[in-house]
Design a protein around this ligand. Structure first.
Ligand code: PRE
Length: 361
């Protein structure tokens, strides 16, 4: 059967459409560049996450209406890269993240900003904050909580201490794999990984590699790097790390929980404008009196604001003194949010807005 003619005809049509898409991409980049000129004239920020979010939502809606032959779940990844590339014609954004390359934080950064920014790996969460303060980076990406291991306390502490704001969030599903240069599991003597990742995979490791030595290193990506030259070593890390360091995946998804998610925060200098689907994060302390928590939170109830999370941490200023990290629905520019937080602030010895930003998609 001669199928070449049939295929050629269809492929010619695809080529034509690709060309049209390419012309349109160039038209789009030209317009984005013009937007960039206007923004520079009026000293406005180049990166506007609320606008990007609205673009994704609008296109997903249209795609569903027109029959979604192109799967809707890929609208965001495709347009994220289109927008990222268009944005890069306006300005070269610099984004610091907790490195090295191929960590889950790196993945979160790519998921949020796309490929067309300068991703800068740094060694510690504090370095991410420092890079922004020293104006070596425009934004930063740090982990804040994991569904299994809980809160990354250090990130919360730094948010209190630094004059920076949360400008966005990313939630990633984490899949941990066993990888190495030796595909034979029985010859593995050492397993490297981050403390959290080893904890998440403990059940599988105990059962399948009971004699292997488990060695903690600073990141899953570092673990993959350590395993890349040693036949007797393996690492527990991400698929991206296996790709970068050229390792075989010996066993997929060895974390015991199928729902393993990590939330990352995007940090920057300013609060982004509202997207219509935002949350506000703030931190406050209490007076030492009966019913203090109830009384302090009362303005939220009074103004009809939904509190979605509250988390206490030692204030580190005095023994048994606590501060409360709180998430509410809405953007700080909304009248009712502003009024409620003004009232709440008056009742708290310590109060700080940590950010108002679009909720993770
Ligand atoms: O609309 C803007 O403000 C733009 O700069 C254009 C654009 C885009 O490519 O659509 C690029 C960057 C912004 O973060 C938002 C959107």
């Amino acid at each position: 059967m001669d199928y070449t003619k049939e295929l050629d005809k269809l492929r010619q049509q695809i080529d034509k459409i690709d060309e049209q898409i390419l012309y349109l991409l160039n038209e789009r980049a030209k317009l984005a560049r013009e937007v960039g000129e206007v923004k520079k004239k009026y000293d406005l920020p180049i990166y506007v996450p609320s606008r990007e979010q609205k673009i994704f939502e609008r296109l997903e809606k249209i795609n569903k209406r027109i029959g979604e032959i192109f799967p809707t779940e890929f609208i965001k990844p495709v347009f994220r890269e289109i927008i990222s590339a268009c944005r890069s014609t306006e300005e070269n954004l610099k984004v610091a993240y907790l490195g090295p390359r191929a960590t889950f934080t790196h993945q979160a950064s790519i998921e949020h900003f796309g490929q067309a920014v300068e991703h800068i790996p740094v060694q510690t969460i504090k370095d991410v904050f420092e890079e922004i303060v020293k104006e070596k980076a425009d934004y930063g990406v740090v982990p804040v909580e994991n569904t299994i291991e809980g809160i990354v306390n250090y990130t919360l502490d730094l948010l209190v201490d630094y004059p920076l704001k949360i400008t966005g969030e990313v939630i990633l599903e984490i899949s941990l794999h066993l990888m190495g240069i030796n595909p034979n599991k029985n010859e593995i003597v050492r397993v490297y990984s981050h403390r959290h990742a080893l904890a998440e995979c403990r059940d599988w490791l105990m059962k399948n590699l009971p004699d292997a030595q488990l060695i903690e290193v600073e990141s899953t990506a570092k673990a993959a790097e350590m395993a890349k030259d040693d036949y007797e070593s393996a690492a527990v890390a991400s698929e991206a790390a296996a790709d970068i360091y050229g390792l075989h995946i010996i066993e997929r998804k060895i974390d015991r929980h199928t729902h393993n998610y990590t939330r990352f925060l995007i940090i920057g200098k300013d609060i982004p404008p509202p997207s219509g689907n935002d949350k506000t994060t703030f931190v406050f302390s209490l007076k030492n009196e009966v019913g203090a928590l109830y009384k302090t939170l009362e303005p939220l109830y009074k103004h009809g604001i939904n509190m979605t999370k509250i988390e206490s941490r030692p204030s580190k200023k005095e023994a048994w003194d606590y501060i409360f990290f709180t998430d509410i629905e809405g953007h700080i520019s909304e009248e009712k949010v502003k009024n409620a937080l003004n009232e709440l602030q008056k009742k708290s010895p310590f109060f700080k807005i940590l950010g108002s930003y679009p909720k993770a998609h």
